[in-house]
Design a protein around this ligand. Structure first.
Ligand SMILES: NC(=O)C1=CN([C@@H]2O[C@H](COP(=O)(O)OP(=O)(O)OC[C@H]3O[C@@H](n4cnc5c(N)ncnc54)[C@H](O)[C@@H]3O)[C@@H](O)[C@H]2O)C=CC1
Ligand SMILES: CC(C)CC(=O)C(=O)O
Ligand SMILES: [Mg+2]
Length: 359
């Protein structure tokens, strides 16, 4: 098949992991007989430097004209002093909004070879396989009014029935293909927006009688995720809570660098690792590229419909971990290699898998 893929490397380790994910997509395309055309576009701090704005019009237009978008990460401490609406991170929020991406799918799957990589006990994390469905286009990150004066900082948390209904439906549909359990996470003991959230999720649940629904407050959910992670299947929650809980859930999988994501719901899907630009390790060749590579697998599956190729790329990551390799963030007596070294091994393995060569 032919596909146009926009690649937005961004800042910090973004370009380092995006380069490896793109090379994996190129490898898959050449082995499976597809023609992928890549278009690199600026976003974030790099775009502020190049064009004076974190999301240039040409970047959004290029993304909307593509079949899928891959993003590394945004954010650079050199732009910390900018007001919120001019920061590099604003470029990512505007991109998500501009693409209409309201459903952020963040799987947290513990590869069995990494059961000792988490600081949590192996008997707690073993078998972790949950998906956080985060509402991405509304909530506190987008609510109006918002303002900052010398004395007061204001943001608004508001959800409409329409916004909650559509994200709840995504969660229930996903659960139907999994273990048929949805945990809806809110703060309905305090927040009006959560009261609406809870009642709309209950209404949507009536259309899915096979799916068990439970409700948790976000504070106790944060505790349960690290104490009984295997009790979760699909977790549906709002923009802020989903952002926080997904970084927390990454601890179960061995590293924040392991988590992929897909942002769906609009005309063009957006794929990015869950982590940020990690300025503390930028340029050292130690960034874990697997979250980015697994995001590329999600791109193959969700935007291009290439299920076999997506599964092969995921299996290649699994084989690489089974063989004992990892970047230094995976602290479990791994054979430590560089960002490029680890991605090279994944590419060898995906080649073997697609060509049917035994491991
Ligand atoms: N999607 C995005 O583009 C996101 C951007 N950010 C931005 O990134 C910048 C840094 O934010 P932080 O709070 O430090 O979060 P971060 O996710 O960039 O880093 C948190 C910690 O995890 C480590 N880490 C992250 N990704 C890793 C990887 N692939 N391999 C190995 N270690 C990894 C980092 O070294 C750091 O110690 C900020 O400007 C922030 O706004 C933060 C989160 C998401
Ligand atoms: C705009 C980003 C900084 C938000 C974030 O942390 C995330 O999407 O995970
Ligand atoms: Mg985050």
């Amino acid at each position: 098949m032919r596909a146009r893929i926009a690649v937005l490397p961004g800042d910090g380790i973004g370009p380092e992991v995006a380069r490896e994910a793109r090379a994996c997509l190129e490898q898959v395309a050449s082995l499976a007989g597809h023609a992928f055309q890549f278009l690199e576009l600026p976003i974030g701090s790099a775009a502020i430097d190049a064009c004076g704005t974190p999301l240039p019009d040409a970047t959004l237009e290029g993304c909307l004209a593509s079949d899928a978008v891959f993003l590394g990460a945004v954010g650079d401490p050199k732009h910390d002093a900018l007001p919120a609406h001019q920061k590099p991170e604003k470029g990512l929020l505007a991109l998500r909004k501009g693409l209409g991406a309201f459903a952020n799918i963040r799987p947290a799957f513990l590869h069995p070879a990494l059961v000792n990589a988490s600081p949590l006990r192996p008997e707690v994390v073993r078998g972790t396989d949950l998906v956080i469905v985060r509402e991405l286009a509304g909530g506190l990150y987008f609510g109006e009014p918002r303002s900052l004066t010398e004395d007061t900082g204001t943001n608004t948390l508001a959800y409409s029935r329409f916004e909650v209904e559509r994200i709840a439906r995504v969660a229930f549909e996903l659960a139907m293909g999994r273990r048929r359990k949805v945990t809806s996470v809110d703060k309905a003991n305090v927040l009006e927006s959560s009261l609406l959230w809870r009642s709309v999720v209950k209404e949507v649940a009536q259309g899915y009688p096979e799916v068990a629904l439970e409700h948790q407050y976000v504070d106790s959910c944060a505790m349960a995720i690290v104490t009984r992670p295997t009790s979760f299947d699909v977790v549906v929650t709002d923009n802020l809570f989903g952002d926080i809980l997904s970084d927390e859930a990454s601890v179960l999988t061995g590293s924040l660098g392991m988590l992929p994501s897909a942002s769906l719901g609009g005309k063009v899907g957006l794929y990015e690792p869950v982590h940020g630009s990690a300025p503390d390790i930028k340029g050292r060749g130690v960034a874990n590229p697997l979250g980015a590579i697994l995001s590329a697998a999600m791109l193959l599956r969700h935007s291009l419909g290439l299920e076999a190729e997506a599964a092969a790329l995921e299996a290649a990551v699994g084989r690489t971990l089974d063989a004992g390799y990892g970047t230094p963030d995976l602290k479990c007596g791994r054979n430590h290699v560089s960002t490029r070294g680890l991605a090279d091994l994944v590419r060898v393995n995906v080649g073997n898998l697609l060509l049917g060569t035994p491991a």
